[in-house]
Design a binder for this molecule. Structure first.
Ligand SMILES: *Cc1c(COP(=O)(O)O)cnc(C)c1O
Length: 834
């Protein structure tokens, strides 16, 4: 508990209103949608180019918050509240966290590096939690905001803290160091990723090293030459300033003498044994992984445990129990129109809160169920723990709670206190499965959260809607990342309309629209009225423009608050007639101008007449005027693009002149945003870029791949040389071949033109070319040179290592066509990493 008065002092805030300076606070909240316990919450109004937290003060107040930290004076101060004014709320949040940190005298481990931060943190927590109570960053909270929120979680019962720090620009680490102030450092590695803000790798390393300014010990791999050189120089430089300070380096290496010198690694049967020399003796550990990244992460953990004097015997035993860490929450279509959120992240209270936030966002369903296992978190008494869990459930308006495990079963009473909450308990997962047929799941959002030992994957199989083995997974956090990349290119004040037409370019509609709405998008656009209605039905509230409305659906559009694009006098007259009949006034419409694309739009010669007609129609209001660029991605056509822009200026200028208000103007699509920054006007229309593809190629390196299309191998067979494969009896095996038949065909949207070796899929990490023609539901691939392929194995059709653009070029088309062509029978699965 910290008094609000203390917080004001820590950030040198000015009191604008005082209700109770002694109010005790436990929670810092930056998003009014995620308030846990309003009475003890401080709402911090952060300001970013995309969103201003000051606009959500009223909302937070509505939800019961009475303590506010703000940086801009607001018109009406919230009543009965403490309101503290500072210059910069983010800086204040960081100061508060740093001051909070100073109160604790426990060892703090700080982790940075390009990859593996989160895994090393989670594994260390798992390896050390047997003998101490640990606080750590939730998920990958490692940013300028994530770090202070993580450090704020430090409490008197903790004996060790583990925090990760990530940066994207020079100057950031200094702030994170002041907050975390680690005693022990781990530098995982340095890669090329996210280098935009840095001149070169050395600059990036040196910036990250600032985290270790005050550490006593630093763990890293000295085989990384640049990293090693920078660290040696850095420690010399530190010593130069102050002869008493000296960082004790703890290195590991596969090539040279080091504190832990790895002499041999050997993988079989899914396990890797790592042998090393330490302190003159030979020691070894075995981990249940074989991939290089896991081996590296495990060695970092090993070094840290040795440094903390954990006995080698204990280390060996615990390492064998390491488990994969899933950072992801998966969203799937569940049975009976329900939505299933599968969170396999280590179960603890903090991760439960994050998962509940996520559940709360599933507004398409009003009924929410949580299925949860015992929490395997040492250090807290069960009764207190489950009292707290039950309180979370009731606060978050969860309607049904299904608890699985002996501890939950024993603590039923904690839940039964809440009359609104239906609760059911099972002693074990097996008991639940046996009784599954007695429970019903229907049109609801279901959060599935189980510690690994409870094998909740068995439950998830039952709750998933089963369709077809071919699955397209959509990484929502990558989509969010891409949105932010494009937003960062916008001049201040320029709005964003996201194009979610054609089922969000094949990615699915509701889930994408929900994410965009959550991210504060200004507008959505769909092609047809029905698409818009589906989004409204699912609870999407942001303005939606419909680009090809047909006159027969105008009344439905009005009923569902959808805004039409009007592109000629016929559509204009038809809509205004309906608007008059339905007696609406000032209904928002969008005027499309033809500036050279010659698809839809009013012509230059129509402007005067159009202006007159608009003036004569009080039923409508022009929300925006726009046009579409025909060749914004092509430098050779930039003269034409400028010509289009000039025509747009003239034509829209004429209309605006006659209007008593100023509509929004917009012209750029994805490639336009990237290539024609001077043409952003008041809004841009972002399409393909959101989904990870930059048709102008200039931004491709900064975008993340959003969709991965996977299928499975139905059959593996041997085909002797001379036999034919597939339809037509004309593809003859030139040699003895092994063929894998995979479950994707042209009916799934895999173009028929990709047959006969024009394309490949990825099996076991290797390319498997198509053989023979693509069939309707299947196709054959050549796996003769890929060892170890079994029936049921996965084949990747496109994704991280095989871009949609590559597939498109093989098929002689554009990525838009491939993406929107993936059939609706292909199941979409959404993942959401932080
Ligand atoms: C589809 C569409 C866009 C988006 O184009 P991208 O190239 O995918 O960014 C923008 N404006 C209009 C009118 C569109 O139809």
């Amino acid at each position: 508990m910290t008094k609000v008065e203390q917080i004001a002092r820590w950030c040198q805030g000015e009191w604008l209103a005082v209700a109770d300076k002694d109010a005790a606070l436990t929670e810092l909240c930056i998003d009014s949608r995620n308030i846990e316990d309003p009475a003890t919450t401080l709402f911090i109004a952060l300001r970013s180019p995309m969103r201003d937290g000051h606009g959500f003060i009223a909302d937070a107040w509505q939800r019961g918050v009475r303590n506010f930290l703000i940086s801009h004076p607001i018109d009406t101060l919230p009543q009965d509240s403490n309101v503290i004014l500072v210059k910069d709320t983010l800086a204040a949040l960081q100061q508060v966290a740093a001051a909070h940190r100073k109160q604790f005298h426990i060892p703090v481990i700080g982790i940075t590096g390009s990859n593996g931060k989160t895994i090393v943190k989670e594994w260390l927590a798992a390896l050390l939690s047997e003998d101490r109570s640990i606080v750590r960053s939730p998920r990958s909270y490692n940013s300028q905001i994530g770090v202070p929120l993580s450090v704020w979680l430090m409490a008197p019962e903790h004996q060790l803290a583990i925090f990760e720090a990530g940066i994207s620009q020079p100057g950031e680490m200094e702030k994170l160091e002041r907050i975390i102030h680690p005693d022990i450092g781990i530098f995982t590695n340095i890669g090329e990723a996210h280098s935009e803000g840095f001149l070169n790798t050395r600059q990036k390393i040196n910036e990250k090293l600032i985290l270790f300014r005050h550490v006593k010990q630093l763990v890293y791999c000295s085989d990384q030459v640049q990293l090693h050189e920078c660290i040696v120089q850095y420690t010399h430089a530190l010593r130069g300033n102050d002869s008493s300070s000296g960082i004790q380096l703890f290195t590991w290496s596969r090539r040279q003498a080091a504190d832990l010198q790895v002499t041999h690694t050997h993988s079989t049967n899914g396990k890797t044994t790592i042998q090393a020399l330490y302190d003159g003796s030979e020691i070894q550990v075995t981990i249940p992984f074989t991939d290089e990244a896991s081996v590296e992460n495990a060695i970092h953990c090993w070094c840290t445990l040795l440094l903390l004097s954990v006995p080698q015997n204990d280390i060996r035993e615990r390492m064998m129990g390491l488990q994969p860490i899933s950072m992801r929450m998966e969203i799937k279509h569940g049975i009976n129109d329900s939505t299933l959120i599968n969170d396999t992240y280590n179960s603890d209270l903090t991760s439960l809160q994050l998962a509940l936030n996520y559940l709360g966002q599933q507004r398409q369903h009003s009924y929410h169920t949580v299925i949860m296992s015992d929490i395997l978190q040492p250090g807290k008494r069960d009764l207190d723990l489950y009292d707290e869990v039950a309180e979370y459930m009731s606060r978050r308006n969860v309607q049904r709670f299904i608890g699985i495990g002996p501890a939950l079963y024993k603590n039923k009473a904690s839940f039964r206190k809440y009359k609104q909450l239906r609760s059911i308990f099972f002693r074990s997962t097996e008991h639940f499965l046996k009784n599954f047929h007695m429970l019903s799941f229907d049109k609801e959002a279901i959060l599935l959260k189980g510690a690994r030992a409870f094998t909740f994957e068995k439950i998830s199989v039952l709750l998933e809607q089963k369709v077809h083995q071919t699955v397209m997974s959509i990484d929502l956090s990558a989509l969010r990342h891409n949105l932010d990349v494009y937003r960062s290119l916008l001049r201040p004040g320029v709005r964003t309309m996201a194009m979610v037409k054609a089922f969000a370019y094949g990615s699915g509609s509701y889930e994408i629209a929900n994410l965009l709405q959550y991210a504060g998008i200004d507008y959505l656009a769909v092609a047809y009225t029905d698409e818009g209605v589906a989004l409204r039905r699912a609870g999407i509230k942001v303005p939606i423009m419909v680009m090809s409305p047909d006159a027969t659906s105008f009344d439905r559009m009005i009923a569902w608050k959808l805004e039409p694009e009007l592109y000629n006098f016929r559509s204009f007259d038809a809509f205004t007639a309906i608007a008059a009949t339905l007696q609406v006034s000032q209904y928002p419409v969008h005027i499309k101008l033809d500036t050279g694309m010659h698809r839809l739009g009013f012509n230059a010669a129509d402007m005067d007449a159009l202006a007159e007609r608009i003036a004569a129609q009080p039923g409508i209001k022009v929300a925006s005027i726009f046009s579409h660029l025909a060749a914004s991605d092509d430098a050779a056509q930039d003269d034409f693009t400028r010509q289009q822009a000039a025509a747009f200026d003239t034509m829209s200028g004429k209309l605006v002149q006659h209007l008593p208000y100023t509509p929004i103007r917009h012209l750029c699509n994805t490639a336009g945003i990237a290539r024609h920054t001077s043409l952003q006007y008041d809004m841009v229309r972002l399409g393909l870029g959101l989904y990870g593809i930059d048709s102008s190629a200039s931004l491709q390196g900064r975008l993340r791949q959003v969709s991965t299309l996977r299928t499975s191998i139905a059959q593996v067979r041997h085909v002797p040389a001379g036999d034919s494969i597939g339809y037509g009896h004309h593809t003859i095996a030139p040699r003895d071949m092994r063929i894998a038949t995979i479950c994707i065909g042209y009916a799934d949207g895999y173009p028929r033109s990709l047959g006969n070796g024009k394309a490949h899929v990825i099996i076991n990490g290797r390319p498997a070319p198509t053989v023979g023609s693509i069939c309707m539901d299947m196709c054959m691939t050549d796996i003769t040179d890929i060892p170890g392929v079994a029936e049921g194995d996965e084949a990747i059709v496109f994704g991280q290592d095989l871009a949609v653009t590559q597939l498109a070029s093989w098929a002689g088309t554009i990525p838009y066509e491939i993406m929107t062509g993936i059939s609706q029978r292909v199941k979409r699965v959404y993942t959401n990493g932080e």
